[in-house]
Design a protein around this ligand. Structure first.
Ligand code: ADP
Ligand code: MG
Ligand code: ZN
Length: 510
């Protein structure tokens, strides 16, 4: 059951849920939840002395979050969120998450930590409980002013953590709790946080990439871009099936990537693949550079190791292309995706099952030429099979909201799916430095699995127009789209910072 479906009034003083309209759902899951609560009490018995655990309010791959009630010394009862980390979490990872909360939390819209319990490999982080609504449930009724304040408070949290050299890496509405009625905001979930080069947090100085023992699965994601596993030797390329998975070779130090050709290589034919393996080992160059094909030499390259935690639809272009030096700008991009979502009334905005699909979706909004140009700046060559024009953000959002004046020329948002374009990524400047990238992983099938994104525009128009009355959506100032444009700057080096964004004209009065 989701926490957002219960409000404080729904919980009676003895901790029973007395709400009626959701009881069916509650009853359906309650036995499972009861079992989980029992297991948690068993795993960490100290909890029982302090908390009456009422419900499970969040469940991810790496944690389960429970609602617990504690009787305070003065007799008051207080609610807490108890985050039980999966026992296989790496100790450094756990310590890093805790350090983010203790150092930066408790102010500036960042969740604080009250206590932490541990017994053997079970860790429970106790935080003040904040009642909140899920964006997906309220997006249709939010006013423009609520959206403006939401983004302002998110940027405030980002400015704060970025000052400590913390990169959150998983900025999305589920990790930014929002209480609409009391106008409270709290950034949570530092489970993927990393440090900048000059971070003030000791534990974030450690290379945390890949410390998760289980790669964080994102719904439906294909396992093509996972953290580079330990190198395994593939001296002999074997079957076709194997070739379609990323193969790894041990020695990549001598490899060079160049646009120089040495004759066309049929893609994925076995005899040629053996040749390709040898070529890679001998440091030869390939002929697919800047094409949308992936040759066998490139198939044999080791995957580039770059942090790419998070959720595909919120990942910045430099994350999607595995740029090795990523900074706080990646969180700002995610804030931009959230603003795009809120202004257009569509959540999630980008729904991608893998990184190349996500990149293609970005190109449909920000333009393929623009994306290719920006990627060059951070050393990646992106190839797109078709030119996708950049969209005007106001026109796009108003069209999706169904409030665009009729006869206004609108470039329809390409509906993801069908014959959508494919793209490949390579390291840029091939002749000057060795390419460690395993690129072009998704040669085939990009777009075939794309979920339907913005539905039919005309039906949307009918659906939304009634909801927009009185919410300010017909009077969105240009500043909102200007800020959106700067948050969604494809180039991380010129992208606005959270600090600068707070001083944007959109927030003049705040
Ligand atoms: P995960 O790493 O599993 O995503 P999170 O820290 O994001 O863990 O918590 C999962 C969910 O639990 C959140 O999306 C939110 O709904 C709920 N949650 C987490 N912390 C709190 C809190 N302090 N108060 C209320 N709900 C919380
Ligand atoms: Mg989370
Ligand atoms: Zn190649």
């Amino acid at each position: 059951m989701e926490l957002s479906s219960i409000s404080a009034e729904d919980i009676s003083t003895d901790g029973c849920i007395i709400k009626s309209d959701r009881t069916k759902r509650i009853n359906k899951v309650s036995r499972d939840v009861e079992v989980d609560i029992e297991l948690l009490y068993k795993a960490v018995p100290q909890l029982a002395k302090v908390f009456h655990i009422i419900d499970k309010i969040g469940e991810g791959t790496f944690s389960s979050v429970y609602l617990g009630e504690a009787r305070m010394r003065d007799g008051r009862k207080e609610m807490f969120a108890l985050k039980h980390l999966i026992p296989t979490s790496h100790p450094t990872r756990i310590a890093a998450e805790l350090q983010c909360l203790t150092v930066a939390g408790g102010r500036e819209n960042v969740m604080g930590v009250t206590y932490c319990f541990r017994r053997e490999d079970h860790v429970v982080i106790v935080m003040p409980y904040m009642e909140h609504q899920a964006i997906v449930d309220i997006i249709g009724s939010l006013s423009f002013e609520e959206v403006r304040l939401y983004i302002y408070h998110l940027l405030k949290a980002l400015k704060h953590i970025h000052q400590f050299g913390i990169i959150h890496r998983d900025i999305k509405p589920n990790n930014f709790l929002y209480n609409r009625h009391s106008q409270m905001y709290a950034l949570v979930d530092f489970g993927l946080a990393q440090g900048t080069a000059d971070t003030q947090l000791k534990l974030l100085k450690v290379d945390l990439t890949g410390l998760r023992k289980v790669p964080r699965p994102v719904f439906g994601e294909r396992n093509l871009n996972s953290y580079a596993p330990s190198a395994s030797s593939t001296k002999q390329a074997a079957s076709k099936a194997e070739l379609e998975k990323p193969n790894k070779v041990k020695d990549q130090s001598k490899r060079r990537h160049s646009s120089a050709t040495w004759g066309p290589l049929p893609v994925r034919s076995q005899s040629c693949s053996q040749k390709a393996q040898r070529s890679v080992q001998q440091g030869l160059t390939c002929n697919c550079y800047l094409t949308d094909r992936v040759c066998n030499i490139c198939m044999a390259r080791k995957q580039q190791v770059a942090p790419r935690a998070g959720t595909p639809g919120f990942r910045a272009p430099e994350v999607l292309t595995k740029c090795p030096n990523q900074g706080t700008a990646i969180d700002v991009w995610s804030a931009g995706v959230i603003l795009l979502s809120l202004l257009s009334g569509r959540y999630p905005f980008f729904k991608a099952s893998d990184d190349l699909i996500a990149l293609t979706q970005i190109m449909t909004i920000r333009g393929s030429k623009e994306t290719i140009q920006a990627a060059k700046k951070f050393g990646k060559a992106v190839v797109c099979s078709r030119e996708l024009p950049r969209q005007d953000l106001r026109t796009l959002c108003e069209t999706l909201r169904g409030i665009n004046p009729p006869n206004n020329k609108v470039t329809p948002v390409p509906v993801a799916g069908g014959d959508i374009d494919r793209c490949t990524i390579q390291d840029y400047a091939p002749t000057t430095r060795p390419a460690a990238a395993k690129h072009g992983l998704l040669k085939d099938g990009v777009g075939k699995t794309l979920p339907n994104h913005p539905e039919d525009l005309s039906s949307n128009k009918r659906k939304c127009s009634s909801l927009t009355d009185g919410l300010g959506w017909d009077r969105v100032p240009d500043e909102a789209y200007d800020l959106l444009d700067q948050l969604l700057d494809l180039n991380p080096f010129t992208r606005i910072t959270a600090d600068q964004a707070l001083q944007h004209a959109l927030f003049r009065d705040l």
